[in-house]
Every structure is written in C-alpha cells, then in structure tokens.
Write a protein that binds this ligand. Structure first.
Ligand code: F6P
Length: 344
C-alpha cells in the first residue's frame, strides 16, 4: 500500500500526532509507505513531497504545527487542478490520499472522490464545526488555552472593576466560546449562532455592576454578529483565498459598552495563541486514534469516507455527508448553561 497525506487549511495542535500514527500503522501494520505532500494541496499540485517513515516522525507527538506544512490552496481553484492531483497520484503510484482538513478541505476531498480520486478524510479544526464527528482534535487544546486565559483575566478585572472582553476563534460557530466561557465562569458568551443584542448586554452589565459584583468577563467568538439594527461589524480584509481575516468584534463591543454604561471595558484577543503549542493529552489521543483509523480505512479500501468520533468510538462517515455542512453549538446548552449568567 502507498498513500499520500496532506494537512490542509489552518493548522491545529495534534496534526503531527495524526501524521505519526498514520505513518506507524501504514508502515508497521500494513507494510506500506506514506508520502507527505508539503503545504496542503499546493504540494500535490506542484509535486513537493517527501517520504514519511517512522524515523522521520520520531519526537513529533507533542509538537504543535505540522511537519509537512499547510495552506488553504485547493485544486478546484485551478483549471487543471484535478488533472495535476491525478498526475501526482500516478507519479508516486499511490492508492489514494489522506486529507487532514476542516470543512473546506473535506468538501474538496468529497469532490475529488466524485471525480474518481480516492481520498480518506480526517477532521481537523480548533473550531470543532465538522459534522459526522462529535469532536475534532485541536478543539480541546484551544478550549484549555482560552479557559486558562479567562482565569487570569478574572483577577485583573476584579482589581480594576472592569469589563473584560475576550475574543476567541470561531468563524461560523461558537463551540470554543461556549465551552471556554462555561469553564472559565464567564459572565456572558456571544456566539455566531445567536445574534447578540447590545442593548440587552449593556443593561445586564449595568445591573451587575450596580450590585455587589465588581467585574465581568464577556467571551465573544470572532464570528459573533449583532442583531439587525445593532452595531456595525468591522470591515474585514480577505486573504488570497478569499478568506475573511476576522478579528475585531471585541473592540466594537467594548466601545459600545463603555458608551452606554460608562464602565471601563478592555479587550483581549487570543488569536493564534489558541492554535499554537503542544496539544493536550486528550487531543494527542484523539489525533492518534484518527491517524490509525485512517490508515486502516485506506488499507481496507474505504475511499470516500472520513473517520470520526461518535460515542467514544471511531466510525467511518461518507465524505459526501460531511461536505459543505457545519456542526453548530447545542442551543439547549447555550440557553440553559450560558444564558442564565447574563442577567445575574
Ligand atoms: O478555521 C480555523 C480558524 O482557526 C478559525 O477559527 C479562524 O477564523 C481561522 O482559522 C483563522 O485563519 P488564519 O490563520 O488563516 O487567519
């Protein structure tokens, strides 16, 4: 068996653990070879690759990032992209590709399967928005980083009687904000799934600061949006892949809160700190299980599937059911566990 692997889209902690497990199981269990393509689909299109073996993968389990690099490049944005993917597969005599990516990259893998290119998917993103799996690796690490940051912000917020706004990643969904907000005891959690009402936020904070409470932590996902007629979101730039560079909703909120209730409001944007560094033990284990399962799926010829986690078991889900969909937060948890703190 010969398979190619690529890591695609934004990086996340656990990518190296996936690569290591995939290589180990392909080599040691199935007697095969893994070719790593550099920088996501860019390496497939330009044939930039290296042989990945057990020796090359030694010591990478706890390392963040990805030893083979990543990019947001996709074959369908180029007229001859799919042909070039097929050529790379032929040139390296591969049985197929293992695509480690988020919703965009897995949708691309599903399209490639439709065009006759054998692919197995592994779900990756700190945002945890891939359907077909209850969790993606990287998410637990991001939540841990955010909740540790919130713990630190509590003490300084209390010392100054301030409102602290913590902006976390979460482009389309609020999984990180919700989980980190609950874990960190946030006063409010604002998520993209539920447009926020600035008037409600301001009056809730005014009530809170008029009473015995003295500090507030508002966790906001970068993709949170104001309800119609409310604030105006920043004018985000787009990168070369037409991908909006989010970041800044926290400053808009801070200004609006100060203006409405006159309480000093400060902003902390956690940004890429959430994606860097070593994965948690949970993410190392999940990534290792995914990597091993993807090797087995490729060996069994389960092309067109994605490995996922359901009820703590590894399952295979058709990529066609994953493509162009997003797993949003559980609104029941939001309403019952996060919302009640708004009015306290
Ligand atoms: O898709 C994962 C993610 O971390 C999003 O939460 C975030 O909006 C985006 O990547 C940031 O991407 P980049 O690193 O390209 O700015």
């Amino acid at each position: 068996m010969r398979i190619g692997v690529l890591t695609s889209g934004g990086d996340c902690p656990g990518l190296n653990a996936v690569i290591r497990a995939l290589v180990r199981v392909v080599e040691r269990v199935h007697g095969g070879t893994v070719i790593g393509f550099r920088n996501g689909f860019r390496g497939v299109l330009n044939d930039e690759s290296e042989v990945l073996d057990v020796a090359r993968c030694r010591g990478i389990l706890p390392r963040g990032g990805t030893i083979i690099g990543t990019s947001r490049e996709q074959p369908y944005t180029q007229p001859d992209g799919v042909e070039r993917v097929r050529s790379a597969i032929d040139r390296h005599a591969l049985d197929g590709l293992v695509v480690v990516g988020g919703e965009g990259s897995l949708s691309c893998a599903a399209d490639l399967v439709g065009d006759g290119v054998p692919c197995v998917g592994i779900p990756k993103t700190i945002d945890n928005d891939v359907v077909g799996t209850e969790l993606t690796f990287g998410f637990d690490t991001a939540v841990s980083i955010c909740s540790a940051a919130i713990d630190r912000l509590h003490t300084t917020a209390e010392a100054h009687d301030r409102v602290m706004i913590v902006e976390v990643m979460g482009r389309h969904v609020g999984h990180i904000a919700l989980r980190a907000g609950i874990a960190g005891g946030a006063t409010m959690v604002l998520v993209p799934e539920v447009p926020f009402d600035i008037a409600e936020i301001a009056s809730s904070l005014r009530r809170r600061h008029a009473g015995s409470s003295f500090a507030s932590i508002v966790v906001v996902a970068e993709g949170a949006v104001p309800a119609a007629g409310g604030l105006v979101v920043p004018d985000y730039e787009v990168d070369e892949f037409n991908h909006q560079r989010l970041g800044g909703i926290s400053s808009v909120l801070a200004e609006a809160i100060e203006e409405r209730i006159g309480i000093e409001t400060r902003v902390t944007m956690l940004g890429h700190v959430q994606r860097g560094g070593t994965p948690t033990a949970f993410d190392r284990v999940l990534a290792t299980r995914f990597g091993a399962a993807a090797a087995d799926a490729a060996a069994a010829g389960s092309w067109g599937s994605m490995v996922g986690l359901q009820s703590d078991r590894i399952v295979e889900v058709p990529l066609s059911e994953v493509a162009r969909r997003r797993k949003t937060i559980d609104l029941d948890v939001y309403e019952r566990v996060a919302r009640p703190f708004f009015a306290s």
